[in-house]
Design a protein around this ligand. Structure first.
Ligand code: SF4
Length: 431
């Protein structure tokens, strides 16, 4: 069936006009509409996880409906109106992340800083990747007492810090790192792998038969488990494969939920006043395979010893296997959790600002954001909506952001593209 662009009143030359809902003649409006659609996908992901744990919010649902409908019916293309909708999307995302944080902590308890073993131990095992804690919990329940060990992968690492998940003795620890290394890591793991959400690669033949999807995740040619209450198929597969080898990697710390970090607030304030802590960094976001992402490793390694490094999401695997030590007992490296836990980072920034009686933008805090997919864009919208300035974003800008729209962000928020790590760090420390 032919598709028509509702502006040109001609057959759409490419699908972009109809998918974006905006005429390709105004590239800047198209770009803002893309930002909105990608951001909505991120908000929807957070709302979905929260709903699985019993939390919904009519205001969030209403905004998603309205904003999606707008992409179909807004033929005004006023940039001002589109920016206004984007800022509303950012605030709605904040609300959604807050709802997800409440859902996770009410269901699984408050995460506590936890040292996580990496590698595998002798015995059959299943690896769980993605972001969905409920899928992990169901698998833990169904494998309890069976002799099968469970390992987290990638964005599931922070699950090891929740009391109601780490109480399962067969949750052994973490295996592997960020999504782009799956082909090597899943191949070497040896046992079956459960994929719960996005960021899964099309598998090669070497482990395709060991890969299972569930929930919203699907991969062509891969077995799908429809009902998370029945993981018997993958459990049987783990038993058939049998023992995995013993492998030991470096320990990793996670579980720096904002409430755990805020319990250290008096010590942090004292250390700042004594000149022992001079800067805070938030270095995190999505990882990817494109060249230039070692920028984030270099930044983390070059951060001076009188600074605290906060991180989140899978970008951290580029630097979370190192020992950063402490400042007067305060850990220098704080893994806040998944990209889904970005709310904690925002609360920490707001609470630190309150403690020092300044605005967030006046804090000696530098944010270095690696972006890759829709949730990172939803978080970027929240930071913009909160008026957070001087964020470094990279290693490349999203392709859909036009030069004019990027100029708007630079002029109004002072955001910068990542460049030379040494130069950027010097600039950040001069703040
Ligand atoms: S942090 Fe981003 S890139 Fe990494 S697994 Fe999560 S959604 Fe995917």
């Amino acid at each position: 069936m032919a598709m028509y662009c509702n502006q040109c009143e001609q057959t759409a030359k490419n699908i972009a006009c109809t998918v974006r809902g905006v005429c390709g003649k105004d590239e800047d409006a198209s770009s803002l509409m893309d930002f909105l659609v990608f951001g909505l996908k991120g908000i929807a992901a957070y709302a979905y996880h929260a709903r699985l744990l019993g939390k919904t919010d009519p205001e969030v649902n209403a905004f998603i409906e309205e904003a999606l409908f707008k992409t179909l019916t807004n033929v005004d293309f006023s940039h001002e109106d589109l920016w206004d909708t984007l800022m509303r999307a950012g605030m709605i995302n904040l609300k959604t992340m807050q709802m997800l944080d409440a859902a996770n902590t009410e269901h699984y308890g408050l995460p506590a800083p936890t040292k996580v073993r990496t590698g595998t131990i002798k015995g059959p095992g299943i690896l769980v990747t993605g972001h969905d804690l409920l899928d992990l919990e169901e698998l833990l329940k169904q494998t309890e007492g069976t002799g099968i060990n469970i390992y987290t992968h990638g964005e599931m690492l922070p699950a090891n810090a929740y009391p109601e998940l780490k109480k399962y003795k067969h949750l052994i620890g973490n295996y592997g790192s960020a999504w782009q290394k799956q082909k090597k890591e899943f191949d070497e793991f040896g046992g079956p792998i459960l994929v719960t959400t996005n960021c899964v690669l099309i598998p090669p033949a070497s482990y395709k038969d060991r890969l299972y999807t569930t929930s919203v995740a699907r991969v062509p040619g891969v077995k799908h488990i429809e009902d998370r209450k029945d993981f018997s198929q993958i459990i049987e597969h783990a038993k058939q494969i049998g023992d995995l080898p013993e492998r030991q990697g470096p320990d990793m710390w996670t579980g720096a939920h904002h409430k755990a970090v805020l319990s250290l607030a008096p010590q942090i304030i004292e250390a700042v006043k004594a000149g022992k802590i001079n800067h805070f960094f938030l270095v995190g976001g999505c990882d990817g395979a494109a060249p230039g992402r070692d920028y984030f490793t270099q930044i983390a390694e070059k951060i001076p010893k009188d600074a605290i490094i906060m991180t989140l999401a899978c970008g951290k695997y580029r630097f979370n296997d190192k020992d950063y030590g402490d400042i007067d007992g305060i850990p220098r490296f704080l893994d806040i959790g998944q990209c889904n836990d970005a709310y904690s980072a925002i609360v920490l920034a707001v609470e630190l600002a309150k403690a020092f009686d300044v605005e967030v933008n006046e804090l000696p805090l530098s944010i270095v954001l690696s972006w890759f997919e829709q949730k990172a864009l939803a978080i970027a919208l929240t930071l913009l909506a909160l008026g957070i300035k001087d964020v470094y974003i990279g290693p490349t800008l999203p392709a859909f952001v036009t030069p004019n729209n990027w100029k708007y962000i630079q002029d109004n928020f002072g955001w910068k593209p990542t460049g030379d790590p040494d130069e950027d760090l010097k600039e950040m420390l001069g703040k």
